[in-house]
Design a binder for this molecule. Structure first.
Ligand code: ADP
Ligand code: MG
Length: 274
C-alpha cells in the first residue's frame, strides 16, 4: 500500500486504561508492528511488570535483563535496554521484567519521580535514534508508572472493550489525565480511542460503540478491532497477529488502525496550515 507519512515530530503514545483485559497490550504491539512494517521507526516501552508486550514482540525479558525497570530508575543507559523486535528491523522494544513490580514503591522515594521516563525519552541516546512513534504499554492501574507514561507522552490512546461496563473507570482515567495536563504535562491530549474486541453478532457491541462515539466524537478511530481468535492466539507464539496471520481480520484491522493514526497527522498538519 501507500507509504505512511512520517510525523514532523516524534509521536509518543501512552496506551492507558486502568481496567485490565481491554486490549492495551494487544493494541500497543499490533499498532507498533503495523507502523513499523510501513517503514516507520517505532519503539515500544513495556511498562507493565507482566511483560506481555515484550513476549509478543519476541524480546528477552527474564528477571535481570536490562529493562524499563533499570531505565526508569536511571541505573542504565537507554541503549543497554533497547532490543530489536522480531517483527521488523524498524521496531525496537524496551522490555519489562518482573523486577518492575517493585518500581512503583522505589519511585516514591526519588526526587522528580513522575518525570523519570520523560527524562529518559529526552536523552540524546533516544533522540539520536529518530523514532517516529513511541508506544508506552501501561499496567492496569493509575499508579506512578502510568503517571510517568502520561508525563512522557504527547498523546493518550485509550482502548475500550465493546462489552458491558465498557466505560466503567473511564471517568476516573479522564480526571487523572486532566490533572496531569493541569500540573505536569500541558502538551498531553487524548488523541485516540480504539474500540476493541468488537463482536458484530451482538447488539451490545454496537450499542457500546455508538455510546462511545456519541461521547468522544472524532477521537474515536473509524476502524474497530473485531474479537478474533487469531488475535488472542498470536502472543502464545511470541508474535503480533500481523506476523501470525497477516490476512486475518484482526491483522487487517490493526493495519487499518495504524494507517488511520498515521494519516491523522497529515490531516492535522493540512488543516492547521489552512
Ligand atoms: P490489557 O493489556 O488491557 O490487559 P490485553 O491486550 O492483554 O489487555 O488483552 C486481554 C486478553 O484479550 C488477552 O488474552 C488478549 O489476547 C485478548 N484479546 C485482545 N484483543 C482481542 C481481540 N481483538 N480478539 C480476541 N481476543 C483479544
Ligand atoms: Mg496489558
Amino acid at each position: 500500500g501507500d507509504p505512511l507519512p512520517r510525523p514532523p515530530q516524534p509521536r509518543v503514545f501512552t496506551v492507558a486504561n486502568q481496567k485490565g483485559g481491554v486490549g492495551k497490550t494487544t493494541t500497543t504491539v499490533n499498532l507498533a508492528v503495523a507502523l513499523a512494517v510501513h517503514g516507520l521507526n517505532v519503539l515500544v516501552i513495556d511498562l507493565d511488570p507482566q511483560g506481555n508486550a515484550s513476549t509478543a514482540l519476541g524480546a528477552e525479558h527474564g528477571s535481570g535483563t536490562p529493562s524499563s525497570y533499570e531505565l526508569i530508575l536511571g541505573d542504565i543507559e537507554p541503549a543497554e535496554a533497547i532490543q530489536r523486535a522480531t517483527a521488523s528491523e524498524n521496531l525496537h522494544v524496551v522490555p519489562a521484567t518482573i523486577d518492575l513490580a517493585g518500581a512503583e514503591i522505589e519511585l516514591v522515594m526519588l526526587e522528580g519521580r513522575e518525570h523519570k521516563l520523560k527524562q529518559v525519552l529526552s536523552s540524546p541516546q533516544i533522540q539520536r535514534r529518530g523514532f517516529d512513534y513511541i508506544f508506552i504499554d501501561c499496567p492496569p492501574s493509575l499508579g506512578l508508572l502510568t503517571l510517568n507514561a502520561m508525563v512522557a507522552a504527547t498523546e493518550v490512546l485509550i482502548p475500550i472493550q465493546c462489552e458491558y461496563y465498557a466505560l466503567e473507570g473511564v471517568g476516573q482515567l479522564l480526571n487523572n489525565i486532566e490533572l496531569v495536563r493541569a500540573h505536569l504535562n500541558p502538551r498531553l491530549s487524548i488523541s485516540t480511542i480504539l474500540l476493541t474486541m468488537y463482536d458484530a453478532r451482538t447488539k451490545l457491541a454496537e450499542q457500546v460503540a455508538n455510546e462511545v462515539r456519541g461521547h468522544f466524537g472524532e477521537v474515536v478511530l473509524r476502524t474497530v478491532i473485531p474479537r478474533s481468535v487469531k488475535v488472542s492466539e498470536a502472543p502464545g507464539y511470541g508474535m503480533s497477529v500481523i506476523e501470525y496471520d497477516a490476512g486475518s481480520r484482526g491483522a487487517m484491522s490493526y493495519l487499518d488502525a495504524g494507517r488511520e493514526i498515521a494519516n491523522r497527522v497529515r490531516d492535522t498538519v493540512r488543516s492547521s496550515r489552512g
